[in-house]
Design a protein around this ligand. Structure first.
Ligand SMILES: *Cc1c(COP(=O)(O)O)cnc(C)c1O
Length: 402
């Protein structure tokens, strides 16, 4: 996944363009900036690459989600359906607006189960937020059908799956809005940054204004701009955007390399009886940033994870017992531990997590191992890694009858 592996002179050159003028802000100072508008340039290139009409850059993937929700008019008390397996940013961005996250089960795609989504819809539901975790996607066709039927917004969190596609469309562009992160460990990075794509002009205008204190960005005098709505500051800096321009040009090479390395690992594990792979919905193409597979039982997955690490195979994650990515680790959410008082809508409407039943999610997450695919592995190192993974898991499964 990490674009930082390919950071080089191309990124330095883009950043130097900004350093030479010293205009570190994306707006204004027209005469001083030597014609460089890095954030705008990135937005144009990114919208084009993602097959979308509009792109809005912001300061992080988390702020992209917040701005996207705000742009779609989601606010206090509105319910947003999200998966139990995701990054904490999902509920953070929803709760930032006083909206209420509604957590539902995942299925063997490791993303939202459409049946669980449909069962969770209430009169307050406004949005469904699938999270394309670890390089692959939710069943977007089924989710879009549900959203159309119930008049809900489909917001894709594509932060971990940039470059993947569904029915030929780039992930993030299938729903009403799509969000991306360019933090330091993502497939392409700005250091810190995020992006929103959409084909809906009203959302694009709202996002543009909301991320910059509600400024309408009409004319070229910031002091004279009006504020049609309240906003906030989620702006990206020119320096960060500059890094992203160079990274975006490398995206297709990164994806090709990920696919190559992923395929070597996958072919090796295909040989192991008892290992199965995460389901990719029909019409979907992964971005190959992770290889995700299932062991026959939770106990075996834990043993395999340990054995892989002991054999020196780094970069394999057992999310089921990880504090960032699965509901089991989110005590601060389950107990609503805010620093101050939280909005009353959240306090009143949030699920009672002592009563929720996520056994279906546990069934899949308990058995899942995800291995990060790196760019810097040589062919030899990739083959060696694949062989080691095969041996370690094979040995474990042979000595443990299921
Ligand atoms: C990284 C990530 C985010 C948040 O991005 P930041 O830029 O780190 O704020 C949101 N969702 C998912 C799935 C992510 O992986």
């Amino acid at each position: 996944m990490p674009g930082f592996e390919v950071f080089g002179n191309e990124e330095r050159k883009e950043v130097n363009d900004v350093l030479e003028s010293g205009v570190l802000m994306r707006y204004g100072f027209d005469g001083m900036r030597n014609g460089h508008w890095k954030a705008k340039e990135f937005e144009t290139a990114f919208a084009q690459r993602m097959g979308s009409q509009y792109c809005q850059l912001v300061s992080s993937g988390t702020s992209a989600l917040t701005v996207a929700l705000a742009a779609a008019g989601i606010g206090a008390g509105d319910e947003v359906i999200m998966p139990t397996f995701t990054f904490v940013a999902s509920f953070e961005s929803i709760m930032m607006l006083g909206a209420v996250p509604v957590l539902v089960d995942i299925d063997d795609t490791l993303t939202l189960d459409p049946k669980a989504v449909e069962a969770a819809i209430t009169s307050k539901t406004r949005c469904v937020m699938p999270v394309h975790m670890c390089g692959s996607m939710a069943n977007l066709k089924a989710l879009k059908g549900i959203c159309d039927k119930h008049d809900l917004i489909l917001l894709e969190d594509a932060c971990q799956a940039i470059g993947g596609t569904f029915e030929g469309k780039p992930l993030g562009s299938y729903g009403d809005l799509g969000c991306f992160s360019f933090d330091f460990v993502k497939t392409i990075t700005c250091g810190e940054g995020g992006g929103i794509i959409t084909n809906t002009k009203a959302y694009a205008i709202n996002a543009d204004q909301y991320q910059d204190h509600g400024h309408d960005h009409v004319g070229n005098d910031r002091g004279a701009e009006t504020h049609p709505h309240l906003g906030y500051n989620f702006r990206i800096s020119e320096l960060n955007a500059a890094v992203g321009i160079a990274q975006l040009r490398k995206l297709d090479d990164i994806l090709a390399l990920q696919k190559k390395n992923y395929t070597v690992l996958r072919n090796a594990l295909t040989e192991v009886e008892g290992v199965s792979f995460r389901t990719v919905p029909e019409g979907g193409v992964e971005n190959y940033s992770f290889l995700n597979f299932f062991l026959p039982t939770e106990a075996l997955a834990q043993q395999a994870h340990k054995a892989l690490s002991e054999a020196g195979v780094d970069g394999c994650f057992y999310w089921y017992q990880n504090n960032w990515h699965y509901i089991n680790g989110w005590e601060h959410l389950r107990k609503l531990k805010g620093l101050g008082n939280l909005p009353k809508e959240i306090q009143e409407q949030l699920q009672d997590f002592s009563k929720t039943d996520f056994s279906q999610s546990n069934h899949w997450m308990g058995r899942t191992i995800s291995c990060l695919v790196k760019l810097g592995w040589s062919e030899e190192a990739t083959n060696e890694r694949a062989q080691k993974m095969q041996e370690v898991i094979q040995e474990l499964l042979e000595k443990t009858p299921v």
